[in-house]
Design a protein around this ligand. Structure first.
Ligand code: G6P
Length: 368
């Protein structure tokens, strides 16, 4: 095919390293000085977005995790109620659609059977309109939706999605800002997020420089059979995505929990054979997360923490800490996804699996 791995050993690694460039492309022409350019979503976007009073987000797999992150953003920065659901469940539910609900699908391929069926079902169901956030121009999902926002990640060959996810998140932040704008978001907050977005590609570049350290960390996982990922708030879906990556390509059983749920079950599994991975950006939930991590340590669990350089978490006996540069908390879910992608990648390489073509999985699932 036309795609080439260049100097990279796998497409997945190449695609991980393309993220600074494709995130910049996803932003290109869509940001003004202090606010998002709603016009860049298409001529009808402003009228449609202004009418929306709720959002239903539907997707599968990694795209579903992007939707889960977006729920936190849309509620917090645009003040709009959001429901997120996997397409295979949504399409068979008797969904109650409140007036003026915007239906949003997320899909790398634009051809996932369940997501497409959900869109077709939604089109008969009294929605205000539909928006597809999608990576493949001209795909079925893009063609059949009222509005499209292309993620511009370029072809993604690795079955485990990486750059498609972070560009979806970038597009979802743009959607959040567009909705924020038409719904009266504080203009200083909008300007702060726009400027943080402009700096994002460079921050992603810096996180990729941690690769050699993450490769060393990965050795601790190669012999393990289970792993537990923890996050809070918008980082709970980041933890879910980290666990999914590890499952998909290294075949290690991995679960993700919102850290506050630890005491309601998974703590019973924690011992020295169960590595626990956590993302600890510098946000309002940090202190709560720290005490959750203390619970793990007290049970002899081996902890791996990706933390903001300013949060005061340091390496200890059973704790390995890797520091990420400071980032505006709104964008932290994008940045903290990267070390988890790299971790899974290196564990899979150590285990000798077929990284780009994991067993039993397909890049795009076009049958139900
Ligand atoms: C498959 C792929 C996943 C992807 C999911 C949804 O399971 O292996 O990487 O997240 O489909 O695909 P979509 O193209 O709709 O984002």
């Amino acid at each position: 095919g036309s795609a080439s791995k260049g100097d990279y050993r796998h497409f997945m690694l190449k695609e991980i390293h393309e993220q600074p460039k494709v995130i910049a492309e996803a932003l290109e022409g869509r940001l003004g000085d202090r606010s998002v350019l709603v016009e860049s979503f298409g001529p009808d976007a402003e009228a449609l977005l202004s009418k929306a009073s709720q959002i239903h987000l539907v997707a599968c797999g990694t795209s579903y995790h992007a939707g889960m992150v977006a729920r936190y953003w849309l509620e917090r920065y645009a003040g709009i109620p959001v429901q997120v659901e996997v397409a295979s469940e949504y399409r068979y539910r008797r969904v109650v659609v409140p007036e003026n609900t915007l239906f949003v699908t997320l899909s790398q391929s634009g051809e996932t059977a369940d997501t497409l069926a959900a869109l077709r079902f939604a089109k008969q169901g009294g929605y205000l309109g539909s928006l597809a956030i999608c990576n493949v121009p001209g795909s079925s999902l893009a063609r059949e939706s009222d509005l499209t926002l292309m993620t511009r990640a370029g072809p993604e060959i690795g079955v485990a999605s990486t750059k498609a996810f972070t560009t979806q998140l970038t597009a979802l932040m743009l959607l959040t800002l567009a909705l924020g704008r038409v719904r009266g978001q504080d203009s200083e907050e909008q300007a702060r997020l726009v400027s943080a977005l402009r700096g994002l590609p460079a921050q992603v570049e810096r996180v990729l420089e941690l690769d050699p350290q993450i490769e060393i960390l990965s050795q601790a996982f190669a012999e393990k059979h289970h792993a537990l990922f923890l996050g809070r708030g918008a980082h709970f879906p980041v933890a879910l995505e980290g666990a999914l990556k590890l499952k998909e390509i290294s075949y290690i059983h991995a679960e993700a929990y919102p850290a506050g749920e630890l005491k309601h079950g998974p703590l019973a599994l924690v011992d020295s054979e169960m590595p626990v991975i956590s993302v600890a950006p510098n946000d309002e939930l940090l202190e709560k997360l720290k005490s959750n991590l203390q619970e793990v340590r007290a049970r002899g669990g081996e902890l791996f923490v990706f933390a903001d350089e300013n949060v005061g978490l340091a390496d200890g006996d059973d704790t390995r800490v890797l520091h990420l540069p400071y980032i505006d908390e709104a964008l932290a879910p994008i940045l903290y996804t990267l070390p988890l992608q790299l971790l899974s990648y290196h564990v899979a390489v150590l285990k000798g699996t077929d990284v780009d073509q994991p067993r039993n999985l397909a890049k795009s699932v076009t049958v139900e």
